[in-house]
Design a protein around this ligand. Structure first.
Ligand SMILES: O=C(O)C1=C[C@@H](OP(=O)(O)O)[C@@H](O)[C@H](O)C1
Ligand SMILES: C=C(OP(=O)(O)O)C(=O)O
Length: 423
């Protein structure tokens, strides 16, 4: 018998301007870097306020499979590093951070480590990273530059110089840097090709490495990590500012006011750019007592922007753009075609199904204002597509989001948090 499909989730309409104050779970990107650094560290490491959701659970599972001890302690994670070992099997799900950050760690393990994941994971780019790892001395049997694959760990990686094209994903570079201090010669990574996306995520990698005592030099598309010990003892995870996007958008599209607690004064998270982007879309931003407030003014403006650096914010921005009074042009995001789904095609298809006028560009989207109507909003197993449907549904009655549970990739209980925000 086929699995019964879960009924679609009827996105709640905001009957009045949304007013809420909320604290968000930890950042996926910080949590999964923290776990990698902790596993490579010389000392045990306490990861404070981690995200507990599908992508972080997959990372914990991967590191445990390699021998690392990860214990839950009152909502924190206590990580005791141990010799990395195979044979092991790693399920990457559809987590880019697991499918890119773990293979260099597996290369340091003593034994074979097999990697596979959701069907979509087999389509997401990883070949450039694997080729770079081979150049650095690792043995890998892959499926034509994709998953499934086996990293033939020998307990050591020579390291040294490597050139790769990271225009498909910044995570290729982050992956090599995160493990690079444990390679015999360290690593020097040079990018050649179209610009690397998601620069703030590279800054995050460099900052977190330096905080763990690793020497990293950054040049023009060149990153050098010196060989040496990783010393991570305690890492506190910031709230996930990319997941703040739909909640702040709720204030913007309903003319309400939403406050996110614990907004860092300074951060490398790309979500911090929402302050500027949502101001340009008609909101007003203020900060007080460590929190950030977005106030909707009743105006929703379109946006012309190159989103290459902050690609993961695109689905929410596109949802707001679909409700705006002026057109939008979002560019620089060709790499989104190989994210959880082809987000350019998916956003155009789903907004247009509701009566929108969205046109695909090779590297982005043009959104013309149109009155929207209800209908099914497909999520393509993409957490950010699902939350985009929720944002549109605030203003458009009858939006039914397919597979809302897919939001669990990076948020443990999106429907609950959304209901609280609207209450
Ligand atoms: O390093 C990270 O934590 C991430 C980097 C980005 O990946 P890409 O550079 O592949 O877009 C981003 O989109 C992803 O959500 C998280
Ligand atoms: C692209 C994303 O995730 P991943 O870490 O799987 O690449 C995302 O969260 O928007």
């Amino acid at each position: 018998m086929p699995e019964p499909t879960a009924p679609h989730w009827t996105a709640p309409v905001a009957e009045s301007p949304v007013r809420a104050r909320l604290s968000l779970p930890g950042s996926k990107s910080v949590t999964n870097r923290a776990l990698i650094l902790a596993a490579l560290s010389q000392t045990p490491c306490l990861v404070r306020r981690p995200l507990v959701s599908r992508d972080s659970e997959l990372m914990v599972g991967a590191l445990r499979a390699l021998g690392t001890v990860v214990e839950e302690r009152g909502g924190d994670l206590f990580v005791t590093p141990a010799p990395l070992r195979g044979p092991a099997s790693v399920d990457v799900g559809n987590a880019g951070t697991v499918m890119r950050f773990v293979p260099p760690v597996a290369a340091l393990a003593d034994g074979d480590v097999h990697f596979d994941g959701d069907p979509r994971a087999r389509e997401r780019p990883v070949g450039e990273l694997l080729a770079a790892l081979r150049t650095l001395g690792a043995g890998i049997d892959d499926s034509g530059g994709a998953l499934p694959m086996t990293v033939r760990g020998t307990g050591r990686v020579r390291g040294g110089d490597v050139v790769l094209d990271a225009s498909g994903s910044s995570q290729f570079v982050s992956a090599l840097l995160l493990a690079g201090a444990r390679f015999e010669q360290g690593v020097r990574v040079r990018h050649e090709g179209a610009p690397v996306p998601s620069r703030p995520h590279l800054d995050m990698t460099v900052e977190m490495l330096r905080a763990a005592g690793v020497s990293v030099e950054v040049g023009d598309d060149v990153w050098t990590v010196r060989p040496g010990p990783v010393e991570a003892a305690e890492i506190t995870v910031e709230p996930d500012l990319s997941n703040a996007a739909p909640f702040l958008a709720a204030a913007l599209v309903t003319g309400g006011e939403v406050t996110v607690e614990g907004w860092p004064e300074r951060t490398t998270q790309p979500g911090d750019r929402l302050r500027e982007l949502f101001t340009r879309m008609g909101g007003e931003v203020s900060r007080a007592d460590g929190a950030l407030t977005l106030r909707g003014t009743g105006r929703i403006l379109g946006l012309e922007a190159d989103l290459r650096e902050v690609g993961e914010l695109t689905p929410t921005i596109a949802a707001v753009a679909a409700l705006a009074s002026t057109p939008s042009r979002l560019t620089g995001i060709a790499h989104l075609r190989r994210h959880e789904t082809d987000r350019i095609a998916a956003l155009a298809a789903e907004v247009n199904r509701l009566g929108g006028a969205v046109r695909e560009l090779p590297d982005g989207l043009v959104v013309e204002p149109r009155p929207l109507h209800g209908g099914v909003f497909h999520s393509y197993d993409d957490h950010r597509m699902a939350t985009s449907g929720a944002v549109i549904g605030l203003a458009v009655p009858g939006v039914e989001v397919e597979n809302i549970a897919t939001t669990r990739k990076t948020l443990p209980d999106f429907p609950g948090l959304w209901a609280e925000t609207l209450a």
